[in-house]
Design a protein around this ligand. Structure first.
Ligand SMILES: [Fe+2]
Ligand SMILES: [Fe+2]
Length: 290
């Protein structure tokens, strides 16, 4: 418990995050960095970039609601303090991705309409399942749903987007690298804290396993919507933008169709779930493939 206390304390959060990898950044990236001109001037690419950024805002708003809601459901003080740091991380993620929408030309008075218009219904459903558990102050299900399922997904999605943007859009890649570092900490907390709680509450297992299965289905459905008939990929090809070489999960994304990328991402996330859930004594349930 001593290690747990220091690794997830506010003190180590301060040292590693605001005084560490975020030092000197502005909304998560280096001051003066901008989105590439092509994403602003090409209407199709601008719209598709707005659409994909909206999914990040929706996911992070859910994480903000979940992490703050779980503070009062947590059975111990150390978890409450960690979740307070996570709450600030998630609020920051909401802020940096919302800021990106502004950088892409979304005006403040258009923000909520834009989010409503582009939010993927499957992702909204995914978030609702988690927030139902949080509303019931169900700490065990809430932490598995948030710190393992939602953040396991976010972690891999961010890494994939990071790989795709590293050469083409250093500004956004920098924003992502800070959020990836945060998500790594959040996932670590979930695994460390929840293993012992599952042992204390074996009666929760079946319900948690069912939740993971349903959330995984909506996650895969979100991926399917995002990758199939991908307008951005078609437009990049149309304007002759050279695909950047980008490695993810041991493969070269530049040689892949969006459908192949979807498979790699889905397999990576589901494999991660299986490993992490196994470590906390939860049996991974294979979701239906949309
Ligand atoms: Fe987040
Ligand atoms: Fe997170």
């Amino acid at each position: 418990m001593a290690d747990f206390l220091s690794a997830y304390s506010i003190q180590s959060w301060l040292e590693s995050c605001p005084q560490g990898y975020l030092e000197g950044t502005e909304y998560g990236h280096n001051p003066g960095e901008n989105e590439p001109d092509l994403l602003i001037t090409n209407e199709v690419l601008r719209e598709e970039t707005i659409r994909s950024t909206v999914q990040l805002v929706v996911g992070e708003r859910c994480a903000l609601a979940a992490s703050s809601g779980l503070i009062n459901a947590a059975p111990d003080e150390a978890s409450k303090r960690f979740l307070a740091t996570q709450t600030l991380d998630e609020a920051r993620h909401v802020e940096v991705f919302t800021r990106r929408l502004a950088d892409l030309g979304v005006r403040r008075n258009q923000l909520e309409d834009t989010i409503q218009r582009y939010a993927n219904p499957n992702l909204v459903k995914f978030a609702e399942i988690l927030l139902e558990k949080v509303d019931k102050k169900d700490f065990v299900a809430g932490v598995v749903g948030q710190n393992i399922v939602l953040e396991g997904m976010a972690f891999s999605v961010f890494e994939l987007i990071y790989a795709l943007n590293q050469e083409m859009n250093p500004k956004f890649a920098h924003t992502l690298s800070g959020t990836i570092a945060d998500e790594r900490r959040h996932v670590g907390f979930g695994e460390n804290r929840i293993g012992s709680l599952i042992k204390e509450h074996p009666e929760k297992k079946a319900e948690v396993e069912q939740m993971q299965k349903v959330m995984s289905y909506y996650m895969l459905a979100t991926f399917a919507d995002a990758f199939r008939n991908n307008r951005a990929a078609q437009e990049f090809e149309h304007v002759g933008a050279q695909p950047a070489h980008a490695r993810f999960g041991g493969v070269d994304l530049a040689r892949m169709t969006p459908e192949e990328m979807e498979d790699v991402l889905a397999d990576t996330v589901l494999k991660e779930f299986k490993t992490r859930l196994g470590r906390i004594g939860i049996e991974y349930q294979t979701p239906v493939r949309p």
